[in-house]
Design a protein around this ligand. Sequence first.
Ligand SMILES: C[S@@+](CC[C@H](N)C(=O)[O-])C[C@H]1O[C@@H](n2cnc3c(N)ncnc32)[C@H](O)[C@@H]1O
Length: 219
Amino acid sequence: MRALKAALFLLLLGWGLVSALAALFVRIWLRERRGRTVYPASAAAGLLNPLRGRLQPVRPTLERFRLGQGDTALEVGPGPGYFSIEASSMVGPTGRVLCLDLQPGMAAILRERLREARAGAAQPVVGDATHLPLADGSVDRAFLVAVLGEVPDRPAAVAELRRVMKPGSILGFSETLTDPDYMFQDALQDLCAAFGFELLERRNGLLGYTMTFRAPGPP
Ligand SMILES: C[S@@+](CC[C@H](N)C(=O)[O-])C[C@H]1O[C@@H](n2cnc3c(N)ncnc32)[C@H](O)[C@@H]1O
């Protein structure tokens, strides 16, 4: 009887702890979501956390974005480059990946990581998603992971993507619910459709999704 009581006590204690942690997470998530700030460069290491691979594995995610040898790719909001090194190897020596981030601090971290990894096809650039320093119709692949929700003028960012992407080119997004700036799937799909992007593929995962769109026009 005593053992049963102890087991029950431990069970209730565990349940209470898990509930308290979940409530704390939801409170922080809601507070951050209301604040809607850019993910700070000072916390860049959090984006390179090895556990992230379970929710958002690098190579399979980039494969959904259909990166290939020789592509001119645009990664908007690369942060410290969780995806950029692999993206560089996927486009190879004949391609390039322009990694455009708003924060000079993120671009500096990324530059160093690319140098260490000898990822020569990727090039960090400081800039804003709503004013892309690229010519019209010059990009084969563009992707944004956990970025669009941080951009105050999201239609302007998608309009810029539409401008720089080649007809029939591929635009990819990936979002996880752990991000306070999470973009809900319907909102993202409606926004992209408003600029003529056609949904090609949607994949749901444990706590997030990837979506791939095709830019209007023949490839
Ligand atoms: C949550 S981090 C994600 C970084 C990276 N994509 C990843 O998944 O690890 C969001 C990144 O988007 C960048 N960002 C936010 N707003 C931006 C904008 N308007 N233009 C370019 N980058 C932006 C931030 O500086 C930050 O590095």
